[in-house]
Design a protein around this ligand. Sequence first.
Ligand code: NAD
Ligand code: LMR
Length: 327
Amino acid sequence: MKSPIRVAVTGAAGQIGYSLLFRIASGAMFGPEQPVILQLIEAPIEKAMKALEGVAMELDDCAFPLLKGIVMTDDPKVGFKDANWCLLVGAKPRGPGMERADLLKDNGRIFIAQGQIIDQVAADDARVAVVGNPANTNCMIAASQARRLTPDRFTAMVRLDQNRAQTQLAKKAGVDLTEVKNIFIYGNHSPTMFPAFAHATIGGKPAPVVINDAAWLQGPFCEIVGKRGAAIIAARGASSAASAANALVDHVRSLTTPGAIHSIAVKSNGTYGFDPNVWAGMPVKTTSPGSYEVITNYTMDDFAKSKLAATNKELVDERSFVAEMIK
Ligand code: NAD
Ligand code: LMR
């Protein structure tokens, strides 16, 4: 048996936490051979800490063979101590009528403090994955506070958008979703994101050839994927949770599987024309567990270029909005 890794999860008593923790403890995220110690971090609120106790009781009651310990804390210095993976879920979700960027000032503060503490106390090989919205800019904020951990250690989740896009293409083409490959998400986890349909394949053929409906791909397809989060909030009165937790399992599983090709938001360093200092979704190939190289050779037509420019502008605007905070 391998030695356990330490997985810190913020917002552990929240909606996403309730779907996520059981998947991690069962081996879905790190594989059936990898024991884990869960370090569960909640806000210093009595109700949240009480709820966390209940979640921990349920984890115990699952008798997961891979779960080797549970830490429960409202002190991030304890929760992130020696963590190999820091999953930053804890943040306010938006309600009906809000955009994710409306959360920026409130949630941004959380990521300043967490970025600093992770940098001080997490393991040398620590990797950080951000889910709390607005995820790309929160990730940029956390990374801006780190001196020891390099920016490539900080990624934000756009995998839910990739999964959504894959399903929509499969439904439109009337095929099993496993036939859809190479659909990647560029830019912000917001309605401006760009699911680059021109590079996707369906049954090995280009998606635009199989679907043969450019107006649908450029219009309703991008819109459905970009506004899916709002559609879920309108339908269930709360933001997506089980699918978000599932996407985080996919994000980390792909990022720990050498050779996997998938979408994550990373410091752009200017790739695909993004501002070098924003965290933008793009395709990567995992090189070794936790490390990746960006796939840079996809060509963009004029439509794609205009979508990339719009999502880049939004990321730059979000960065300017918090510029004072991250000094
Ligand atoms: P929730 O309100 O159910 O849970 C959030 C939890 O975080 C709460 O238990 C709260 O007490 C805790 N929390 C707040 N501040 C904290 C702090 N400083 N440290 C630790 N814990 C803290 O929300 P949820 O539905 O689980 O969503 C969490 C976040 O994930 C939201 O911002 C939501 O918008 C976002 N989200 C992102 C995606 C994505 O694809 N990136 C998808 C779904 C949801
Ligand atoms: C989602 O995409 O479902 C989440 O980011 C929640 C939201 O606010 O849309």
